[in-house]
Ligand binder design. Sequence first.
Ligand SMILES: Nc1ncnc2c1ncn2[C@@H]1O[C@H](COP(=O)(O)OP(=O)(O)OP(=O)(O)O)[C@@H](O)[C@H]1O
Ligand SMILES: [Mg+2]
Length: 393
Amino acid sequence: MTTPTWAEKYRPKYFTDIRGQGLAVEKLRSFLKKPSQGKAIALHGPPGTGKTSLAYVVANESHAEIFELNASDLRDREKLNEILKPATEQRSLTNKGKVILVDEVDGISEVDRGGLDELISLIESSSYPMIITANDIWDKKFSELRKTVELVQLKEIDYKTIKEIMTEILRKEKKFIEGDILTNIAIKSRGDLRAAINDLQIAANMPNPSDIIIDERNKEIDIFSAMRLIFKGKPNNALLKLFDSVNMPIEEILLWIEENIPAEYSGKELAKAYDMLSKVDIFKRRIYRQQYWRFLIYETAFLSYGIASAKKTEKLGFTSYKKPTRILKMWLNNQRIARKKTIARKYAKFVHVGEKRALREFPTIKLFLIKPEVQKELGLSEEEVEYLSKENN
Ligand SMILES: Nc1ncnc2c1ncn2[C@@H]1O[C@H](COP(=O)(O)OP(=O)(O)OP(=O)(O)O)[C@@H](O)[C@H]1O
Ligand SMILES: [Mg+2]
């Protein structure tokens, strides 16, 4: 890729560049002054709050090199030795310290105990300071790991600080966006500074920056054009907003993309694309588990930009994409049942009957649920209303 995104360009280099995390920085500094043997630091907290950045700052400030391990390295003991050994040897040559970073341990799956065990023993034996980052360090699977780490929590950054940072970036980029729009972006980001900076960059390149805060449902494109944009061209920032204009739930888009990856990609590209899909899954699980909707950003980013970046070169020619039939049917069916359940629940609450009974009597209830004034009274959502108008069950 050519030019770095603003989020990358303005990534903190020194402790003083880290904003809105006073307590965490203090705690980290004092830990670094007297590190306790056999313990690592775990920087944990929501996305875009400075975890990875802090790890790099630590290395930079102590004039050390950063040495990054990922979840898959940990799974493979042999490979791990292969990577770590040269790292140990290098030290004598350059005489430079090292900081070992295991970024985003959330990616290690629960089933794959080996990786986590390996990480724990690595922490216990490492002569280099180790930093781990995680979104959810309180996940059950980390109960053993938690005993070998010093917890440093990063918080969501408050919107005023986010707004300040955005204003500084705009000044450096010699761009201007109205204060109200900045406030809106800052609030919308819910403490995720990366998301805010990304939105800011997109807004700054729009003819009318205030459009960033409106949901552009009117500019709908179909799923086939969306797939063409993802599979054929170079990855670009506009892709991050692509699904906003596709009138289809993200789950369904995922199935279409999954179905059609092999139609465009092969070999290494194929593997990379599937790797992106697995990342989508990771975030999807986090979203459901933590009810943290902000993660949707990552889900869509991996699905659009991520899949687009799996290719080596742009793709020419026409590809006829297939409809993901079987799984799509299963999924749609689940959706239908889910919708029916939420409607039944609202109804049951309203008329004080049990939910089960409401479901059982659904065909009858439906007859008057069709009336708009009833729908309004029950507070049915757009999707629920749509369900009632379409389905004949
Ligand atoms: N506390 C902060 N101070 C200054 N800039 C920040 C801070 N947090 C995030 N940023 C900005 O957001 C970008 C992304 O931050 P970073 O990669 O550190 O997030 P993270 O906490 O590691 O998120 P994730 O959980 O998604 O990995 C940085 O490059 C920087 O531009
Ligand atoms: Mg990170």
